[in-house]
Design a protein around this ligand. Sequence first.
Ligand code: FE2
Ligand code: FE2
Length: 268
Amino acid sequence: MKVALDLAGFEEIPTDSEVYVPGRNVRKALFGIDIGAAELVMAKGQGYDAVIAHHPAGGRIRLDAWKVFERHMDQMIEMGVPEAAAKEAVRKKAATLEIEAHSVNYDYLPSVARHLKMPFMNIHNPLDELGRQLVTDRIRKSISERKEATVADVVASINTLPEFQQALTEVKVRHGALSNLAGKTVFSHAAYTNGGYEVAKTYYKYGVDTVIYIHISEPDLAKVRADGVGNLIVTGHIASDSVGINPFIAELRRRGVQVDAISGVIQA
Ligand SMILES: [Fe+2]
Ligand SMILES: [Fe+2]
């Protein structure tokens, strides 16, 4: 966990990441974007010392992870959105996520891991933040301050990262057009889940021309399209998660841990 926090520049463990079953002397670890009971049993049978999931897999944080959604506010304020408008943009979906978390069987996977005596943890926001920084840097370097940069230039810059080249998904312009000027551009990621219609709408209202999400629901996309302003690029969930996961796996390997990656990780 400390390795991930250091890579992302975090001081504290965010409320969507947790050690469910602690472990020591980890020499061989299994990493997966999603981990289920079958993967825990498989890891036990194959002699792994620990299992690391990306997505929240239970515990206290399965109830509190929605709080990370409020990081959209920080990102919006950084892009020039007034604080009150940023707060309003996250209010509804944060409340929905909190209500829905109540239905979750939060101890299902941790209980299986405890029963197997398999050290088990998940690391979500630190790795998403790492991915956000890497993709944002790549876009900035490529389009820099060029006023004439288009949405196509932004898509091309994202596609220079190997994870996007190897993914089965493609980076898609879901709203707007490749030939449009990109203008002020934000990679909106690392806030538990996508900001949906409200966050995109608020970016457009306060001067952001191009919003990039890693995924969006169809009803939210329909609303963005109905408003008819701005551009929306969608990069693909698993490719985008992999961008932040790979430097973490590389760092663990550098420190002598054998890490095998399954469950979606695109090892670029
Ligand atoms: Fe992620
Ligand atoms: Fe994800």
